[in-house]
Design a binder for this molecule. Sequence first.
Ligand code: 3Y8
Ligand code: NAP
Length: 252
Amino acid sequence: MLRVLLLGGTTEASRLAQALAGAGVQAVFSYAGRTEAPLAQPLPTRVGGFGGVEGLRDHLRAEAITHVIDATHPFAAQMSRHAVQACGELALPLLALERPAWQAQTGDRWQHVPDLAAAVAALPASPARVFLAIGRQHVQPFLEDTRHWCLLRLVDPGFELPEERGAVVIDRGPFTLDNDLALMQRHRITHVVAKNAGGLGAAAKLTAARHMGCPVILIDRPDLPHRPTVDTVEQVLTWLGVAAVHEAERGV
Ligand code: 3Y8
Ligand code: NAP
């Protein structure tokens, strides 16, 4: 009897939730509670941390979870590390659903940096108009460099900036090229700072930057412990031994 814990918070996690619900799999969707009103999911949903590795381990036992899918964001490194540790201690099957990193294409002007501090240091000496598409948690070091004007895109309202320092746009994505191109042209953006999130939900700003000939400072993903990893929902369903609903409907 399957009882799946789905660690979510990404577009791929939402797609997997649809597939699991469609296949009638017993699964619980888990959010950290980082945003005020996360996207509703077609599965029973829990919101909030587990209380470290110990809390996660106790939760897995108490809920008689049989399989854990880590479909969190590539930068949600602590959650992923905790999942590896707790599932290892309980000898529970764990699978990561992770989209490949973005790869530069012809016309891209990307500068890869290892972390946020290197991204701050990579900004030019001359004043720039910087699209900071890295969320709310990490913008402070960039705002302290008063040479630059910063456009912040955040999920929830509440962060104010004096207009001479920048602007804030509230949007939760997934984002479209039309939207990001219009936004970046309207604010005369000269540089983009982004995490190498991969996936489709946040790639539009990179395509827009290519069209505008705008440099992108791209932050590498943090290192994660080894765990079995796939990059499609279908591979997760196969791993769970669950046929996708459309196959069942086709009588495959
Ligand atoms: C709470 C759930 C879906 C999921 C949508 C994806 C796409 C849009 C790209 C930009 C980059 C950023 C940010 C981003 C992306 C998707 C996906 C993705 C980047 C939601 C969500 C939660 C979060 C948490 C939030 C972080 C922030 C990061 C904004 C929901 C919308 C910048 C990451 O205010 C805060 O504290 C926000 C915190 C972690 C990074 C940061 O450090 O600030 N995501 N994002 C999840 C939870 O509580 O467990 O609210 O509905 C999910 C999505 N975010 O189903 O369609 O799959 O990647 N999210 C980054 O890439 O740098 C936006 O603006 O271009
Ligand atoms: P993180 O730094 O890896 O984790 C910090 C703590 O948050 C974890 O130790 C855990 O708390 C809790 N947590 C994280 N993800 C959780 C989940 N899905 N369910 C329950 N608890 C969770 O995580 P983060 O980078 O802040 O990401 C938080 C959420 O936002 C995740 O769902 C992630 O997929 C999503 N997200 C993050 C980014 C990003 O840029 N980091 C981008 C898009 C979406 P305890 O220790 O108490 O268990």
